[in-house]
Design a protein around this ligand. Structure first.
Ligand code: IYR
Length: 215
């Protein structure tokens, strides 16, 4: 079918690109959340943005489990903290713990209960056809990573804070979220408003010269 390409007048292109950059520069990963609720409609709109992402063979190999139920959040906190205790007690290894030290993180994850929403992002390693036969999925981590980027940008643009949380391993999420074996949890996105007087690590982002070359 013919493409309907909604372009932008040339004079507006750079100002728009720069306005988007200015907005995205304000995003910070937040680890201390207020218990202020977030309407489900905001989460739905952001997940719909994620669902517009490109994916291998357009298979859209993702499932976003959006959790606001306090009981389920409690179970997730317990599961994550159990893994994190082992991680910080040595499973990570010294090199990894050294790399993380400047972030000030530890095995306590109260935000998993305080934040109004958790979005468990599952990758469908394979799918099923109408007859229930296995269908191979292509470029799954790339596709889910791109969709997650869209999701984080959409939530930020809507005025919400996020944390890309990755307790490892995350198998415990399958049971709590009721997901089948063909799905693997990749990221647990924490969503909400920052707690008043929330602190964040003093970090910077690399300048263009360090992240790009032009040939
Ligand atoms: N999953 C752990 C450790 C952790 C790992 C990385 I790489 C980070 O950038 C941040 C934390 C945790 O969430 O504490």
């Amino acid at each position: 079918m013919p493409l309907v390409f909604e372009g932008v007048p040339e004079a507006e292109m750079l100002p728009r690109a720069e306005a988007f950059l200015a907005r995205m520069r304000k995003r910070r990963t937040v680890r201390d959340y207020a218990d202020r609720p977030v309407p489900r409609e905001l989460i739905e709109a952001a997940v719909r943005v994620a669902g517009t992402a490109p994916s291998g063979a357009n298979q859209q190999p993702w499932t976003f489990v959006c959790i606001s139920d306090p009981e389920r959040k409690k179970l997730i906190r317990e599961g994550a903290e159990e893994e994190e205790r082992a991680f910080y007690a040595g499973r990570a290894g010294e090199e990894w713990l050294d790399a993380l030290a400047h972030l000030g993180t530890d095995d306590k994850k109260p935000f998993l209960e305080t934040a109004p929403w958790l979005i468990a992002i599952f990758a469908q390693r394979w799918g099923f056809d109408a007859q229930g036969n296995k269908v191979k999925h292509y470029y799954v981590p790339e596709s889910v990573g791109i969709a997650t980027g869209f999701l984080i940008a959409a939530l930020h643009d809507a005025g919400l804070a996020t944390l890309t949380h990755t307790p490892a391993p995350m198998n415990f999420l399958n049971q709590i979220c009721g997901r089948p074996d063909n799905e693997k949890a990749l990221i647990l996105l924490v969503v909400g408003y920052p707690k008043e007087d929330c602190l964040v690590p003093a970090i910077g982002k690399k300048p263009l010269e360090e992240i790009a070359t032009f040939l």
